[in-house]
Each structure stands twice: as structure tokens, then as C-alpha cells.
Write a protein that binds this ligand. Structure first.
Ligand code: GDP
Length: 170
């Protein structure tokens, strides 16, 4: 079976669960008290979809202002990006638009984009409706899912959906 290597960048406000989503995807575990990411972290995980093997190289950044100068390097060669917000924090959803602009500015033009509304297990604290987020994602041609790094809901599905949107290999 051939292997496709996919560089994927994670974007989104601090605390929305980017590192937790990666940890769930890569090692199927969850920490309630995860350590904040310093600078950028890098993890890799292979996923088989429709008889094709995909090796995801996942870049997770803390997004701090002092690392902004590294943005072009961070995005270079990315085939896919996931912008994460927290369904219990409206401000993190408003910030998605800013992250989309950042990606347009520094990222490759043909990047496959997904938006993940994380912490879907905390429905009783929901501040962002499924419909408003889904509508916005449709407008910008992004895949949309609500995920929970805690319960694992839709985490593999998120990465699987991305593989299905990748352009055919030349
Ligand atoms: P990051 O700054 O975006 O990388 O966010 P982290 O992965 O460090 O997560 C921030 C906090 O949210 C941590 O305390 C996590 O345990 C918690 N968290 C992350 N994902 C979820 C989730 O899906 N559900 C719940 N309830 N908590 C989560």
C-alpha cells in the first residue's frame, strides 16, 4: 500500500483543546490537566482510509505573539489545516475568522480546511450553536464537525473527512 504524507497545521485560540485533539488522535488518551504547548509541537500518526495510507505530520502551535515570525515556516507545505474553537466559548468561535485570515495570508492557497467545534461533551455550557458554525464552515468551503477530545467523539472522523477532501495525487 502506498503512503501519502500530509502536513497538517492546527490553529485556534489557546485552551480550545488543540493539543488534546492531537493526543486523542495519536495515542487515544486524554489529560484533564494538559500542559500548555510552548512554541510548537510535532506529532505523527498513520491512518488508513479507503485502502490508502496517510501519514499525518501534525504541527500544533501555541500561537503566542512572540512566535508570529515563525508563521510562514509553520504553514509551508501544509496540505491541510484544522481550525479549532470551543463550543462553550463564543470568543473562540469569533476568533475562527481571524485564524482563517491568518491561513489565507501565510498558508498555501490550496490547503484543505476543517473547522472543529471541540468540547462537544459540555453541551450544557454551549455558547455556539451547531447551525451557526456549520453555516459559516459551508460559506468558506470547510469541513465541519463537533468533536470531543475527552470522549473521543468525531476525532477520527475529523481526520478521515480531511483525507477525503485532499486532491488526487498527481
Ligand atoms: P490548547 O491550548 O488548544 O492546546 O488546549 P488543550 O489541549 O491544552 O486543552 C485545554 C483544556 O481543555 C485542558 O484542561 C483540557 O483537558 C481541556 N479539554 C480539551 N479538550 C476537551 C474536550 O473535548 N472536553 C472537555 N471537557 N475538556 C477538554
Amino acid at each position: 500500500m502506498s503512503m501519502r504524507e500530509i502536513k497538517l497545521c492546527l490553529l485556534g485560540d489557546s485552551g480550545v483543546g488543540k493539543s488534546s485533539l492531537v493526543q486523542r488522535f495519536v495515542s487515544d488518551t486524554f489529560n484533564t490537566h494538559s500542559q500548555p504547548t510552548i512554541g510548537a509541537s510535532f506529532m505523527s500518526k498513520t491512518l488508513v482510509v479507503d485502502d490508502q495510507s496517510y501519514k499525518f505530520q501534525i504541527w500544533d502551535t501555541a500561537g503566542q505573539e512572540k512566535y508570529r515570525g515563525l508563521a510562514p515556516m509553520y504553514y509551508r507545505g501544509a496540505a491541510a489545516a484544522i481550525i479549532v474553537y470551543d463550543i462553550t466559548r463564543e470568543s473562540s468561535f469569533s476568533a475562527v475568522k481571524m485564524w482563517v485570515r491568518e491561513l489565507e495570508q501565510y498558508g498555501p492557497g490550496d490547503v484543505v480546511l476543517a473547522i472543529a467545534g471541540n468540547k462537544a461533551d459540555l453541551v450544557d455550557q454551549r455558547e455556539v450553536t451547531y447551525d451557526e458554525a456549520h453555516k459559516y464552515a459551508d460559506q468558506i468551503n470547510a469541513t465541519f464537525v463537533e468533536t470531543s477530545a475527552k470522549t473521543a467523539v468525531n476525532v477520527t472522523q475529523l481526520f478521515t473527512a480531511i483525507t477525503r477532501k485532499l486532491p488526487a495525487e498527481i
